[in-house]
Ligand binder design. Structure first.
Ligand SMILES: O=C(CO)COP(=O)(O)O
Length: 255
């Protein structure tokens, strides 16, 4: 049976921050501070840094690299886009898909995100699928309805074999970049709900093997408590992943 430690992932989402020079210093700083992380550590870096950070992490056990987006089509006249095959050829391990900032600023919906997830899996890239509700939905206590629908639209058409590879990140929009964190209990409730949904459709073995990460104002001070919850397998960290010491402390939280 898969244990919580097997599912452990701490991923940084640098978003549109760091120049290539700064990014290399940041990634190396983290690697130097945490030589053998428990579980996996992922750097989600700007496209221009993917190859360089992959080279830098190649010799560092436990470290992986994620793209922050990807196009759903195999190739063609899509100026400015990047395909799954390009990521696979560069040996990029993961791709963050469906982040709320892409939903908000680039109009991505779960039908499109599903197509991207399938394209990533076909190329051997692991999707980190982001879901999460906005503040008004949380205030009206409809978070399970909204997140349930996101999960269903983005993931329910996958085969069990495909689903077993997906990483899910629950990122309540009201907690992203706001300094407001979901309480450990709120995170646990939603993560348990997501795992139950996956179990209902794909079976308990697949559901128990999947990593479900929490994202939204994770920092060293709250990581241990959040990651200590039964269904919180780690984090997708924005702002705090831009500081080597802060991110290193989060990687080590609760270990
Ligand atoms: O969006 C996030 C990670 O993808 C979370 O960002 P913050 O950690 O800055 O709130």
């Amino acid at each position: 049976m898969t244990s919580k430690t097997d599912r452990r992932i701490v991923a940084g989402n640098w978003k549109m921050n760091t120049t290539p020079s700064e990014g290399s210093v940041l990634a190396q700083g983290v690697i130097d501070k945490v030589a053998a992380p428990v579980g996996k550590v992922i750097f989600g870096v700007p496209a221009i840094q993917l190859v360089k950070i992959k080279q830098l992490t190649a010799a560092a056990e436990g470290y992986y690299v994620a793209a922050q987006n990807m196009h759903q089509k195999a190739d063609g006249a899509f100026t400015g886009e990047m395909s799954a095959a390009m990521l696979a050829d560069a040996r990029i391990d993961y791709v963050i898909l469906g982040h709320s900032e892409r939903r908000q600023y680039s109009g991505e919906d779960d039908t499109l995100i599903n197509a991207k997830i399938v394209a990533a899996l076909d190329a051997g890239i692991i999707p980190i699928y982001c879901c999460g509700e906005k503040l008004d939905i949380r205030e009206s206590n409809n978070q399970n309805v909204v997140v349930g629908k996101q999960i269903e639209q983005a993931l329910s058409a996958l085969s069990p074999k495909q689903m077993a590879k997906v990483v899910v990140a629950y990122e309540p929009v009201w907690a992203i970049g706001t300094g407001k964190t979901a309480s450990p209990q709120q995170a646990q409730e939603m993560h348990a709900f997501i795992r139950q949904m996956i179990s209902d459709q794909f079976g308990s073995e697949i559901a128990n093997g999947i990593s479900i990460l929490y994202g939204g104002s994770v920092k060293a001070a709250n990581a241990e408590e959040l990651f200590g919850m039964a269904d919180v397998d780690g984090g997708l960290v924005g702002g705090a992943s831009l500081d080597a010491q802060a991110f290193a402390d989060i990687i080590k939280a609760g270990q």
